[in-house]
Design a protein around this ligand. Sequence first.
Ligand code: NDP
Length: 302
Amino acid sequence: MYDVIIIGSGAAGFSAAIYTGRAKLKTLILEKGVIGGNTAQTDLIDNYPGFPFGVNGVDLMEDFRKQAERFGTEIEMDEVASIEEVAEGKKIITSSGKEYLTRAIIIAVGAKRRELGVLGEDEFIGRGVSYCATCDGAFFGNAKVAVIGGGDSAVKEALYLADIADKVYLVHRREGFRANQTAIDKMKVTNNIELKLNKVVSSIKGDSLMESLVLKDVNTGQEEDLSVEGVFVSIGLVPATEFLAGFLETVDGYIPTNENMETAVPGVYAAGDIRVKTARQVATAVGDGVVAGMAVTEYLKE
Ligand code: NDP
């Protein structure tokens, strides 16, 4: 029986665990994919306070993990399949068939990368199509690659790849960007990044490896073939909260909470990108995690 099980090992999950661990609550983190979540797949985090020259995402999350473990947090790699209310508290059932009992839960699962949904995308995953430049960029030294999207992730990926690849095309479906202005300005003066604006991807073509993207102009409908060896899809996030079906209501997959990170189910909290919120940043995920950790501690005292 755990006092609290935290689902997800990103910035929010570890921050919550540092607080519940320090409060001597028996804490387990369940993680289905990458320890450190999306942050651990980011090369340079330039806006997390306390690091005047930026910090590598893997290094930052490794320190979060060590700090949470120092206060007794256990970590297990498993995917949550469903949650049930039981007499003793809450039961978490994982896809490997394990069952865990806990008095409280913090959901900090973040959100996963959105897919384009075009012909060739699935076929060429790992053979040109990627969702993470930090993970796969090194395969594209001296190659031509494209990044799709106009948010912070896409611009960051383009800047990262510009140091590795020969040429980077940034393909975006309109002229305005969501990304922060500092990053946009930097991208615009980077010689080997070329903007392809008002374009969407119609399909991804190739043979054994991907060879080109078919781009469609959103104004004229005209199509062009863009020869690239790799494409990095950075078009936002989608929540993965299917495991909450029948247990907790979501809004477009995101979890509504109050300012104490409490959800509609007593003893169940949500923190980080998976919450209904506007700012999805490492710093705000940390804030959510801290609040959730403190709120759970109070709840369990009662
Ligand atoms: P965003 O939702 O911010 O941006 C997604 C981008 O993809 C938008 O430009 C959008 O276009 C475009 N897009 C969405 N769907 C499609 C589609 N089907 N085809 C083509 N283009 C599409 O996602 P991000 O992943 O960039 O960022 C997620 C959150 O994480 C944001 O809050 C962001 O600020 C934060 N973040 C912060 C970083 C930082 O260093 N501060 C780094 C990375 C992320 P349109 O604009 O037209 O809707």
